[in-house]
Design a protein around this ligand. Sequence first.
Ligand code: HEM
Length: 411
Amino acid sequence: MSKITRNGESFLDFKKRSKTSDFPTSFCHYIQSFGETYFWEKGNFHVITKAHHAREVLTSDAYSADRSSFFISRMPKLDLGLIPDFFGVVSKMMVMSDDQDHTKRRNLAAHGFEDQVLERFSEKLLLTVKLLLEEIKDKKEVEFVESVAKKLPSLILADLFSIPAGEREQFTKWSSTMTGFFGGASQYRNEDGIEVNQAALSLKHYFTKLIEDRKKTPGEDYVSLLLNSPEIENFSHDEVLSQLIMMLVAGMATTTDQVSNIMFQLATHPEIQKEVRENKNLIPSMIEECKRFDPAVTFIFRVVRKETSIGEQTMAIGDVVFISTHAINRDMNSDLAPDILNIHRKGTHFAYGYGAHYCIGARLARMEMKALFEELLTGLPPFELDQSKDSIRDHYSLSFSGFQQLNLIIN
Ligand code: HEM
């Protein structure tokens, strides 16, 4: 056993200079070109490019989801004393927890997120999607990220949590500050720390008040249903807050980015757009294939907590392991021209992760995207990229990829 080490252009730099249309494939090939599993010196982490190794990491107790040490190592210039509330909230989130703590927190958050609850919510969700698309219905030119992709998840989550209209803007702003910092979009200067801590504190105050209100007057919303869980007495107030904030933060940027990536693929594959317009039954498989091909979450990562190995690669306690979703999504479809977008593919993907931390919001995300693309592809004429304006991918962090601007012409 040994430590296979590789070096080259930083992944983030490569991402940032990739051509918009080539990005998913060129980035995937760049990562794969260094081998199956290797230690990437520039980033100080191991890289996994094979699907069977990814499954191994995501189901083994040798790896922890508690990535606080890695986050802290990325913030050398920041006075950590400035972000006690941010860390307090994040450290109790399910996504940073292992074993029983994780199961307990995830089970709590799953209350109010059961299939039948989401089923009941689907009518409201469809109405929100229809109203959102009304705003662009008669336009010939649309910048999709600001006009649709950012609004969609914040409207849906605000509906799900029953946030009153007047409070929604503030609520969305705090959660995007949290997501940006959490996802690595920040420069991690002291002023960024002060801003994110303020956002965490505001969300804590907001949810504390919301919890009090919903206890007094329960409704059909997600917060009321979660509070109605029989296990609620076993949780501290802070733990409940962290799961509520987690659900909010995790469902925003991921959905915005994924929806934009799918829209870009439709705009640049007119033959696929035509085919799904003619046969709406193909929309769900088109969405799944776009997530395989152009995933929003580009790396899932873990920290080694027991000495272990993957293939020939040894892993020491404290090492960080990055799983490339681009690489593993193509590896698991390697016999079927993985670099081609093929909506008839029967393959699967890791866009929502795998194992104990598999995305708890996957069903809601699928409902949002199905409603959005069904409405778009029935209500809106064919669209293509507006070549007179730039469409710019947004590689604000290593872990996420979406669009900063996606300019479309509606014909
Ligand atoms: C297209 C949209 C989405 C994508 C691509 C996505 C992707 C992911 C991925 C890859 C993970 C696994 C993270 C890991 O293993 O470290 C995850 C976890 C999670 N997601 Fe999503 N997600 C999406 C939408 C949502 C929505 C809408 C919600 C909630 C409203 C949500 C809530 C969560 C939560 C709470 C976790 C942590 C689960 C756990 O730790 O057990 N996600 N998501």
